[in-house]
Design a protein. Sequence first.
Length: 309
Amino acid sequence: MRLSIPLLSVALVAGCIDMGQVTVNTTAKVLTRAQPSLKMEADYELAARAIPGTLKTVEGFWVVNPGNPQLVAILTEGYCQYGIGFVEDEWEQAMLEKDLDRAQYHSTRATKMFIRCLNYALKSLGRGWQEDLFAEGEDAQTRQDKRIASAPSSKRTPLMWAALALGAAVNQNKDNMEMIPYAATAKAMLLKVLEIDAKHPQRDPVLAAMPHVALGLVYTAVSPTLGGDPKKAEEHFKKALELTQDKFLLARVHYAKRVGVATQNRQLYRDNLLKVLQTDPAIWPEQRLANEIAHRRARRYLKMEKELF
């Protein structure tokens, strides 16, 4: 009779536990540890086909347990990187082939990926961020400035992804005047990230370099009359190369494309793209996929040279 009491208690406790959430929490830890395997992938096509299904699987886990921060972090980074590394690649290829319908289709898809990344980043940042960043009215700028200025160091990485996503969305919608002001918002958020990094340096060189790459992209997303600054962009791209010991080839590709075209410096453009192609993508095994993407784009941009200069 005494044995029946603890057995009954265990049964009651088990009945109160959502086993789906318990399983998801365990799986989330495994997924976090497994993330580096994708970044080490050498086959671009394999990664391009695998990532969408992986993201939707992780998103399914998130639906079961939306409170798991590890899943939110994976989805934030995943959607941003998929949008930049793969969907924008399709858009660029369509633009090169002058297939405007297909280009518009992939531009819209890329924007959707960045918005997903942004939405997940906002979940990590917490309540109030969405309202203040996209506030309207006389006090809108004040609310936005206060919200960004008060970001704690613990929110550094989701703040970086939110800014990168917003800046990438602006870049894909340069003809939409309603989007242009958000370039300044993205820039303010990235500068806050660098302010945090100055006090709490990042151990991961890629995480340390990413805000500099993103600022380089933001400073060249619009013309100087609208707030662009190719000189500052160059400084940030070079800082990213320094932080990654010149092994993160995407930083040099962006430097060549964005600053070279913005300043119409054909020599800078060509020399940097050739340097990328002369560097083995395996120079940084942990970032092999990013370097494969860099090689892919460097070859494409060299083909576009005569059109851009």
